[in-house]
Each structure stands twice: as structure tokens, then as C-alpha cells.
Design a protein around this ligand. Structure first.
Ligand SMILES: Nc1nc2c(c(=O)[nH]1)N[C@H]1C(S)=C(S)[C@@H](COP(=O)(O)O)O[C@H]1N2
Ligand SMILES: [Mo]
Length: 503
């Protein structure tokens, strides 16, 4: 079994794991030359020999050898963070038996990250990245691929038809011993499969929150899907000339059709702090920003064009890439026209190319899909069917909201090793689109108990940025879970989590 051998090589040597990975999973790489392959082969044989030798041992001797050989791997990230992805356990259950290092998308010899994997597909795919260092999971995929272009279909076909993939069902799946259900290993390993996660009931720490914090410009997420859904990231002109000449037409059920330039409304621009929460921000994902924005209120434009509230039921914002996917219903426009902005600056600077330079329509509290980048036309129309707006994503299997309320745990990589006895500052967001978030709840025992932190009244125009300072009492592996409560009584159906270690 080639795959097992590779994985064992990876378990004992990071350098060898890398060369094994290129060989196993990157078809575009030329295969390593004979000379380089030779010592690797020997090493693989040596480690396979040790596994065989352990089988022949008994008692304390076996324990000692197995504990050394199957100890979970600790790696060091570029920034010096030490990371251990698998909890320690006295039976080496997690490694020797379950083979945790050989399972999941980022197993030894497989994908460096699932974000990169999307770019290896034979079709174009929107580029994704992980703002606030929040690890991507397959939940990212599921948000778009649960109603069409089914993930199950594509992932099974691509892996089973691949010359590189040498795994089996167990590589990606976990068969739940209680229900018999095939689950995704990566999504359930800490909750269900692994031993050695220390539970702390009714966890207690220092909780605080703010709605004033601003997403640093280098952490502003971007998402380009384009009207054709092919997701090719554009390379638009970001010159002053492009800004000065940008024209937006106001059309449809208006008294005066007009075309304006951004500078025409310079005097009427306002500044706000507002959030942008992607409609398909996955549970635990950080496709959200809270930014200082400057822009033209829609009400100023509507006044100039002369819009009669009774004459339309939809506002289409049509972009130069054809984006006109999510028109706004009349009631929403009329209620929020002073807050809907044509944004020309974020955090005191002109928009970046990825944010839709020179202008993006901000439709506060709605899903990010409504925030049209590079609009060229605002059309007030009487549509056959009044449009609906999107404020979070429904799980098609359960009918419950996937990401409303939603939270994420920022900054720390999964598996981070912290020093014992020192406070850890966890941080993240909580948001529920147009529903105020009223509480954040934290669990350190896989959701058996939750400690509630009430927020009082919060502003739906902004995110909730929470902080939780916690000092773990003893060394071990832990699983932090965070969920939020909405003013309508809703509770996150899929809490965010961070696996971490203390030594
Ligand atoms: N023209 C255009 N506007 C667009 C999109 C797009 O693909 N094209 N994507 C939408 C989606 S789904 C989101 S979440 C937001 C993301 O905005 P940002 O890139 O500024 O974060 O832009 C929206 N506006
Ligand atoms: Mo989105």
C-alpha cells in the first residue's frame, strides 16, 4: 500500500513529507530524479520496519515504542507558531489506529489547502482565501454546492478518476459508529472520532465586545463570482482617470433619467461604519468585514432622479461584469435609502481593485451578494415578480439557517500550541444580518454546556467583535466552540470552533 508508506514517511520527517507530497499529489511537478528518490525509499522502508517491529513487541516495551513512533506530529509555521493537529492520547488511538494524519483534505501527501485545490480544477473557480487566518473547511464548498453542482458528485468523481488519489472511503469520510452515517472526517474528527480532547464544563473567562473595530485593509475579504458564475477574478483599471470617468445611469420608473459621475455627488457623500457579510459566508467563516466607508446615499440619487415609491417594486443594480443577480425589493429601498451607499472609499482610501474600484453599492444588513461592485446602472422597475432579498443562507437539508447567527474564531491556526498557565486571547465576530445579536455563548466541552455572555442592545449595521480571555488550568488538547444568539431567539446551528493545545 503505497499511500500508507508515504504517510509514515511524513509522520517522521517534515522534509520528506514535502517531497512525498509533490510525488503523490501535484501532477504538474516533474517527478523527482532517481538520486533523490533513493534515500527516501530507504527511509520509508526503515519506518515500515519500525511499525512491523512494534507489532512483535508486548507490554511496556510496546507502549514505549508506539508512543515514540506514533506521537502526533508538531510542525512549525512560517511565523513561528507551533501546531499540533491531532490530540495526544494514551492508546495512540488517534494516530496508530484511526490514522488521523492520513485522513482529510490536508492529509500527508494530499492538498496543502482546499483553497488551493479549487484552483487545480479543470473549470475556473472563484478564488477564495482565509481572512483573519480562519482555516477553510469543506463548509466553504457546501454553501454553493448544495443546490446544484453537487459537492458529493464532483468530489467522488474527481478523486476516483484521479491517478494521484490513492486513498479510499476512509480518506475523506468517517462512518459514525452510532448512526452509520458517512460524515466528512475533517468536520467531525474533534467532536466524535478523536480521543484526548479535555472537556471543561461551564468554562469561565473574561468576555468583552465592541462594534467599533475596523477590519484592517489587508484583511478585507473579496469575492468575485461574476454574472456567469465562473469566478474569474478581474484585473480592472484603478487609475484616477477610471474613477473620474465612471458613469452610472439611473433608469426605469423615474421622472428624470440621468447619468452621473461620482464627483457629481461629492458634496453629499457621508461616512459610516458598516459591515459587509457575504450571503454565503460559511458557518465559522470570516467572509465578513466591518469598515469605515464613505459614499453617496441612495436617497440623494433617488431625489435627483425623482422616484415615486408607488412606481416600482424592484431596484436592479447592474454591474459592468453583468452582475444583476439580486435586485432589491421596493420596501427595503424605501426603508433604508439613507443608509444604502454607493461606496467610493473604504478605511479612508479609494476601493481596492478587488473591492470593485471605483464604486460598490452597499446594502446594509443584507447578504454580500447584493453589494454590487462596479455598478453602471440603477434601474427602478416594475418586475413581474417582486424580488426577494437574501439575509443568510438556508441549509437545504434541514431548512434551518446555516450562517445566521454566525461566528468565527479569528487569528489562531487550528492546532496552535499555547504555553500553560498563560491567558489566551481568543477573538472573533458574531453576526446575524438584519437580526441584532443579543448574546455570545462559549463552550469548552463540545457543546455539552454553554456559558452565555449577554450583549444588551446591538446595532445591526455593524458586526459584533468579541474577545474571550481564558487561562487553561492544565496542559492538554482543547476544543473551543462559539455560537451566537439572535434577538429573534435564533441560535447558531453550526458553532465555530478552534482546536488548540496547551503544554
Ligand atoms: N459586479 C460584481 N459585484 C459583486 C460580485 C461579483 O461577482 N460581481 N460578488 C458579490 C458577492 S457574492 C459578495 S459577498 C460581495 C463581496 O464584496 P467584496 O469583494 O467587496 O468583499 O460582492 C458582491 N458584488
Ligand atoms: Mo457573497
Amino acid at each position: 500500500m503505497k499511500k500508507r508508506t508515504l504517510a509514515l514517511v511524513g509522520a517522521v520527517s517534515g522534509t520528506l513529507a514535502l517531497s512525498a507530497c509533490l510525488w503523490a499529489c501535484a501532477p504538474q511537478q516533474s517527478s523527482p530524479d532517481e538520486a533523490a528518490e533513493q534515500p527516501q525509499q530507504e527511509q520509508a522502508e526503515a519506518t515500515a520496519d519500525e511499525a512491523k517491529r512494534i507489532q512483535t513487541l508486548q507490554g511496556a516495551e510496546k507502549n514505549e515504542a508506539a508512543n515514540a513512533y506514533y506521537a502526533p506530529v508538531v510542525t512549525e509555521k512560517e511565523d513561528g507558531t507551533r501546531v499540533q493537529m491531532i490530540p495526544n492520547d494514551p492508546y495512540m488511538w488517534n494516530t496508530a489506529i484511526l490514522g488521523g494524519d492520513q485522513r482529510g483534505c490536508e492529509a500527508e501527501g494530499c492538498h496543502a489547502s482546499i483553497l488551493d485545490a479549487t484552483q487545480l480544477l479543470p473549470a475556473t473557480h472563484p478564488k477564495l482565501w482565509n481572512p483573519y487566518n480562519v482555516d477553510a473547511t469543506t463548509k466553504f464548498c457546501y454553501m454553493c454546492h448544495s443546490k446544484a453542482l453537487f459537492l458529493q458528485d464532483s468530489m467522488h468523481a474527481i478523486h476516483m478518476n484521479s491517478d494521484e488519489f490513492e486513498g479510499d472511503c476512509d480518506s475523506c469520510h468517517y462512518i459514525n459508529p452510532k448512526t452509520g452515517e458517512y460524515q466528512l472526517w475533517d468536520l467531525v474528527k474533534y467532536d466524535t472520532a478523536y480521543m484526548g480532547v479535555t472537556p471543561v464544563a461551564n468554562v469561565d473567562g473574561d468576555f468583552s465586545f465592541t462594534q467599533d473595530s475596523i477590519t484592517p485593509t489587508d484583511q478585507l475579504f473579496y469575492y468575485w463570482e461574476n454574472a456567469d458564475h465562473k469566478g474569474i477574478t478581474p484585473d480592472n483599471d484603478t487609475s484616477q482617470e477610471a474613477y473620474d470617468s465612471w458613469e452610472i445611469k439611473v433608469s426605469g420608473a423615474v421622472d428624470n433619467e440621468l447619468t452621473f459621475k461620482l464627483a457629481d455627488f461629492e458634496d453629499q457623500m457621508v461616512e459610516r461604519v458598516m459591515k459587509l457579510d457575504c450571503q454565503t459566508n460559511p458557518p465559522g467563516g470570516a467572509y465578513i468585514m466591518n469598515a469605515e466607508v464613505k459614499g453617496i446615499p441612495l436617497s440623494a440619487i433617488m431625489e435627483k432622479a425623482g422616484v415615486d415609491p408607488a412606481s416600482y417594486n424592484a431596484l436592479h443594480s447592474i454591474a459592468d461584469d453583468g452582475w444583476d443577480v439580486y435586485p432589491l425589493p421596493q420596501e427595503y429601498v424605501e426603508a433604508l435609502k439613507d443608509d444604502i451607499l454607493l461606496v467610493t472609499e473604504i478605511n479612508g482610501e479609494k476601493l481596492g481593485m478587488l473591492q470593485g474600484y471605483p464604486v460598490q453599492l452597499w446594502t446594509p444588513t443584507l447578504g454580500g451578494a447584493h453589494y454590487t461592485k462596479r455598478p453602471v446602472e440603477l434601474k427602478f422597475s416594475q418586475d413581474e415578480k417582486a424580488p426577494v432579498y437574501f439575509k443568510g443562507f438556508t441549509n437545504p437539508k434541514t431548512g434551518e439557517m446555516f450562517n445566521k447567527p454566525n461566528t468565527a474564531v479569528f487569528n489562531y491556526a487550528n492546532g496552535t500550541i499555547f504555553p500553560a498557565g498563560e491567558p489566551i486571547e481568543f477573538e472573533g465576530f458574531a453576526d446575524a444580518y438584519e437580526v441584532p445579536v443579543t448574546a455570545v455563548e462559549i463552550s469548552l466541552d463540545k457543546g455539552a454546556t454553554w456559558t452565555r455572555y449577554d450583549l444588551g442592545e446591538t446595532d445591526v449595521m455593524r458586526w459584533v467583535n468579541w474577545k474571550f480571555v481564558y487561562t487553561p488550568e492544565k496542559p492538554g488538547s482543547y476544543l473551543l466552540k462559539v455560537r451566537a444568539i439572535g434577538a429573534d431567539g435564533s441560535v447558531s446551528t453550526d458553532p465555530s470552533q478552534l482546536f488548540f493545545n496547551v503544554e
